[in-house]
Design a protein around this ligand. Structure first.
Ligand SMILES: [Zn+2]
Length: 267
C-alpha cells in the first residue's frame, strides 16, 4: 500500500474474492504444501505483509526461506506536503527490517524506484530476473496485475500493476531462458525455473492459505510500518481480522485466510 488511505480502502477485494468463490467458476482449494523457498515481489515496503504476511510467516516457521523484493521506495507514502521524502524512504527500509525479523524471513531487498514512477521496462524486469536467478526460489508471490477495479470504490495502484506484470515476465520465460539477460550467465549465474506463482489481490482466487496460526503476527508486522498508520489503535487489528475472515469465509473449515490465484508452471 502506498498510503494509509489506500490501506483502509482495500476491503472491497475481499468482497470480490468471496463473490468469485461463491459462483463456483474456479477450482477451489485450501493449500497446505510448504515450499522450500519463496520470493515475494511487491511494490511498497508493507505490501508483502499486508498481501501475504500470514502465508509467508506460516511457511517461514515451517522452514521455508522467505525473501521480499520491494520495487518502490515508499517515499510518497505520506499526505504531508512538507515531508522529507528521503528520510521517509530510509525510515521505511528500517520498518521493513523490523517486520521481516518479526516474521522470520531470510532477508529483504529494495530496488529503490520512486513511488508512482515504476517503469515496466527491461531494467525492472532484469533486476527481478537477477534476484530470481540469485535466490532460486521454488515459488514467487506478487500482485495480480489483471486486478484493476475492485467494487465501486478502489482501483489498483500503478506500482502494484507494474510490479505484477514485470514479475510475471521475469519468472517466465525470462529467468528460465539463457537468451534473456545473458549477461547474468556470463557473470556466473544460472537460469532458474520457478515452480509456482501465487498472485495476491486477485479477483480470480483458486487457493486459500489458512493463516489462523500467524494472523496476529502478520498484524504485529504491519504495526512495524508505523509511518503508514494514522493511529495505532486497535481498529486496525480488528479491520485486519475482519478482512482475513472474509477472505476465508468461502472455504469450509478455514476462519482466517489469504487468497491467491496460484499458477503451477511447467506442467
Ligand atoms: Zn502498495
Amino acid at each position: 500500500m502506498s498510503t494509509g488511505r489506500s490501506r483502509s480502502s482495500t476491503s472491497s477485494p475481499s468482497d470480490e474474492r468471496a463473490g468469485a468463490a461463491q459462483t463456483g467458476r474456479y477450482a477451489r482449494s485450501v493449500a497446505d504444501d510448504v515450499p522450500a523457498s519463496a520470493l515475494a515481489v511487491y511494490a511498497h515496503p508493507d505490501d508483502a505483509e499486508i498481501s501475504a504476511g500470514g502465508t509467508l510467516a506460516r511457511w517461514a516457521e515451517q522452514g521455508t526461506q522467505v525473501w521480499t523484493l520491494i520495487t518502490a521506495r515508499g517515499d510518497k507514502g505520506t499526505s504531508d506536503p512538507d515531508a522529507d521524502l528521503e528520510a521517509l524512504a530510509e525510515l521505511r527500509v528500517e520498518e521493513t527490517a523490523k517486520a521481516v525479523a518479526l516474521l522470520g524471513f531470510a532477508g529483504h531487498f529494495h530496488l529503490g524506484y520512486p513511488d508512482g514512477e515504476l517503469p515496466d521496462d527491461q531494467s525492472l524486469r532484469g533486476a527481478i530476473v537477477r534476484h530470481v536467478r540469485e535466490l532460486r526460489p521454488e515459488v514467487v508471490l506478487c500482485p495480480d496485475p489483471t486486478a484493476v477495479f475492485f467494487g465501486d470504490g478502489y482501483f489498483n495502484h500503478h506500482d502494484h500493476r507494474v510490479t505484477g506484470w514485470a514479475t510475471l515476465d521475469a519468472v517466465a520465460p525470462a529467468a528460465g531462458s539463457p537468451h534473456y539477460f545473458p549477461e547474468h550467465l556470463r557473470e556466473g549465474l544460472a537460469t532458474h525455473e520457478v515452480r509456482a506463482v501465487y498472485l495476491s489481490g486477485t479477483l480470480e482466487p483458486n487457493c486459500w492459505i489458512d493463516i489462523a496460526p500467524t494472523l496476529e503476527r502478520k498484524i504485529d508486522a504491519l504495526y512495524c510500518h508505523a509511518s503508514q498508520l494514522r493511529d495505532t489503535g486497535d481498529w486496525f487489528r480488528d479491520f485486519m481480522r475482519e478482512r482475513s475472515e472474509t477472505a476465508g469465509a468461502p472455504v469450509a473449515g478455514v476462519r482466517y485466510a489469504e487468497a491467491f490465484r496460484r499458477l503451477t508452471l511447467g506442467g
